[in-house]
Write a protein that binds this ligand. Structure first.
Ligand SMILES: Nc1ncnc2c1ncn2[C@@H]1O[C@H](COP(=O)(O)OP(=O)(O)OP(=O)(O)O)[C@@H](O)[C@H]1O
Ligand SMILES: [Mg+2]
Length: 216
């Protein structure tokens, strides 16, 4: 369960990125966060990832106030989350395979298991034969798919996806959304920030609509 209670995020010069935000997301729910550019979508996901803490208010995840987590507890908490970043955040000093394998290496999964699981995802995202390439050489859409595979590879209980279809054509966008909805069907709580109204209306689910840091 994810609960925002009267959350404010204020950047310097009094920019209120979030202005008294309260909502609840139940475990296993699929939720879209929508709203125009600058509305605060990425800010909400960053707070949930404990990348940042609110100026005021409480963020509970499974009854833990995540703002109070420190050091190794933050790292442990993040292991329960798959994050698809708006700018991918792929690592360009390693190949596609190693990018997707990273979360499994962090949890010290067995080498053979990693090999099988990563190759299965590489097949699923249509990049078979490109696993040894540096992601630098991939198209924008292919990079996005690698970012999605990396977020899903450990079957996390919470998946946060920031504009995951931003760079994709309709067909690829739908493939990505299907990967996220499949993870949701298997029980993950999935939160997707997107401008794409067509996807929201096709998928359904709960919608949190933001404008200028407020829920509208
Ligand atoms: N580090 C920062 N310093 C100052 N202001 C920031 C910072 N990060 C975000 N903001 C401001 O907070 C507001 C919300 O930004 P946010 O990135 O959450 O919007 P968004 O809804 O994700 O937009 P987009 O659809 O363009 O991704 C914006 O006005 C932005 O300029
Ligand atoms: Mg954003």
């Amino acid at each position: 369960m994810i609960k925002f209670k009267h959350v404010y995020k204020i950047y310097e010069k009094d920019i209120k990125a979030l202005d008294d935000i309260s909502f609840e997301i139940k475990s296993g729910e699929l939720v879209f966060i929508t709203g125009p550019s600058g509305a605060g979508k990425t800010t909400i996901l960053n707070l949930l990832y404990r990348e940042d803490t609110p100026a005021m208010g409480t963020i509970l995840v499974n009854n833990t106030d995540i703002s109070h987590l420190k050091g190794s507890k933050i790292a442990k908490y993040r292991r329960s989350i798959g994050f698809v970043f708006q700018d991918f955040k792929l690592l360009f000093d390693r190949c596609v395979f190693d990018n997707i394998a990273l979360p499994l290496e962090i949890i010290k999964a067995n080498t053979q298991y990693i090999k099988n699981a990563v190759m299965e995802y590489i097949k699923k995202i249509g990049l078979l034969g490109k696993e040894k390439l540096n992601p630098w050489h991939l198209s924008g859409g292919e990079k996005q798919k690698v970012a999605i595979a990396r977020a899903l590879i450990t079957s996390p209980s919470i998946i946060l996806a920031d504009e995951p279809t931003g760079n994709l054509d309709d067909f690829s966008a739908w493939e990505i959304i299907t990967m996220l909805t499949d993870a949701n069907k298997k029980g993950a709580t999935v939160v997707i920030a997107t401008h794409n109204k067509e996807i929201i209306s096709r998928v359904g689910g709960k919608v949190i609509k933001l404008d200028k840091g407020r829920i509208v």
